[in-house]
Design a protein around this ligand. Structure first.
Ligand SMILES: [Zn+2]
Length: 488
């Protein structure tokens, strides 16, 4: 049933769901590995798992953990991971260590004069591990935690134990079957979707990371059991794929949609495109489960991104998808200005638990020391206090210490005409697909048939890189280190 507020505000969307105990609250399952923030990609690398710990810390200080079930993920086993990835690649990930990588780089100048260094060097190159995707201490355990969270989330949904399952350590959408890419090694999303497909006929994947969701699209490019919809910056930008004319192949034709965008996308233009496209997708595809990749590098001020979304604009995508009352997995992804990632993912937890009436009430709330008021507020659907509660990473959030962020004053290079043309093209594709295709129920989608690269070709290829090599060591670059008196 549509909640009254959604219906009144013209949000439109609702599919009946027996699993929700009312129109507003959802049973939320949240996966968090307490050691996740300790993994470290290396000095200057922009991908910082610490942001997940920061988001979790805000969640706890807003007392949101009391309104959902918190689980520590089981680490995904190698057997779980080879459901998508090649065995050789998984063996490599499980065995490689910083010492191997160091040996290779030391031997590199000597033309690999030791046999084992030479073999390792070939593997590092073959699996694209080294620069964007470095070898770091505990790499495989990190992958196991990330993938374990998404598989665990899918299991919760499959069993009907949760309406929404969250894994901020997941969403690593660039990883390929036999290759790391764009800071991603194991594609937890593909593994989670494969798990969902055991019990769900059709799964919709929506990706609002600023980068194209290439690894997930590729995995399901030839099937209609998964529809992928990626909104991303396109044109001279990593990973280079995601043209509007790439729509899937064979059985999967028109079941992959790409929304190529330009710099400066703001809340209004994003919403004006996202809502009608997703509404049409929900209407024609009628998924049994939805997976939303919430990459936060589409936020204003991201260190690698160039969009201009506020936290509210980003969360509006989640809010809209949630209003359809279809079981949903909510995953992390990119996001390189840590304080904003933490803000965004904390706020989105609020949206998962409750919230159709957020904008309609306009209520503001001040929390007491026990955060009891906030709990009540979230339960009835009012806005959490914009003043952040004191937390372990408080100094990161200066100088304003607010939950919300202001968009930047930057040009939106997406004209209304271009956006309208994109919308028309996507609507045209969607008009071509069979309504709710009746698919054969199978536990595994067809192999994508991506050819293995011949080893000899590897020397000639140029890998796209996500990161220019510029260093991103601290949140406090650009003179942002707060004065001590601001912290208290
Ligand atoms: Zn990204």
């Amino acid at each position: 049933m549509a909640s009254p507020s959604a219906a009144a505000s013209g949000d439109g969307a609702s599919l009946p769901s027996a699993s929700c105990w009312d129109g507003r609250r959802r049973r939320v399952s949240y996966f968090y590995e307490p050691t996740i923030g300790d993994y470290y990609y290396g000095q200057g690398h922009p991908m910082k798992p610490h942001r997940i710990r920061m988001a979790h810390n805000l969640v706890v200080h807003y007392a949101l953990h009391r309104l959902m079930e918190i689980s520590r993920p089981f680490p995904a086993s190698a057997a779980d991971i080879v459901r998508f990835h090649s065995e050789e690649y998984v063996d490599f990930l499980a065995s490689v260590s910083p010492a191997t990588a160091a040996l290779v780089s030391a031997q590199g100048q000597l033309a690999y004069d030791s046999a084992s260094a030479s073999a390792s060097a070939r593997q590092l190159k073959r699996f694209n591990v080294g620069e964007d995707c470095p070898v770091f201490e505990g790499l495989f355990e990190f992958c196991q935690a990330s993938a374990g969270g998404s598989i665990g989330a899918a299991v919760k949904i499959n069993r009907g134990d949760a309406d929404i399952a969250i894994n901020w350590a997941g969403g690593l959408h660039h990883a390929k079957k036999c290759e790391a890419s764009g800071f991603c090694y194991v594609n937890d999303i593909v593994l989670g979707i494969l798990e969902l497909l055991k019990y769900h006929r059709r799964v919709l994947y929506v990706d609002i990371d600023i980068h194209h969701g290439d690894g997930v699209e590729e995995a399901f490019f030839t099937t209609d059991r998964v529809m992928t919809v990626s909104f991303h910056k396109y044109g001279d930008f990593f990973p280079g794929t995601g043209h509007i004319k790439d729509v899937g192949f064979g059985q999967g034709k028109y079941y992959a949609l790409n929304v190529p965008l330009n710099d400066g996308m703001d809340d209004d233009s994003f919403r004006a495109l996202f809502r009608p496209v997703i509404q049409k997708v929900m209407e024609v595809y009628q998924p049994d489960a939805v997976v939303l990749q919430c990459g936060a590098d589409s936020l204003a001020g991201d260190r690698l991104g160039c969009f201009n979304l506020s936290v509210k604009g980003h969360a509006d995508c989640l809010r809209y998808l949630r209003s359809f009352n279809v079981p949903m997995m909510v995953l992390g992804g990119g996001g390189y200005t840590m304080r904003n990632v933490a803000r965004c993912w904390c706020y989105e937890v609020v949206f998962c638990i409750c919230f159709d009436s957020l904008e309609s009430t306009g209520n503001k709330l001040f929390i007491d020391a026990q955060c009891n008021l906030l709990q009540t507020a979230v339960a009835i659907g009012v806005e959490p206090d914009n003043k952040l509660p004191y937390n372990e990473y408080y100094e990161y959030f200066g100088p304003d210490y607010n939950l919300h962020i202001q968009p930047k004053s930057m040009e939106n290079k997406n004209s209304s005409k271009e956006l309208e043309n994109i919308r028309i093209m996507l609507m045209d594709y969607l008009s071509k697909i069979e309504h709710a295709p009746s698919v054969q129920f199978q536990s595994r989608v067809p192999e994508t048939g991506v050819p293995e690269e011949a080893e000899g070709d590897m020397d000639h290829r140029r890998q796209a890189k996500l990161w220019s090599g510029e260093h991103y060591d601290s949140e406090f670059e650009e003179g942002q280190q707060p004065e001590p008196e601001n912290i208290s």
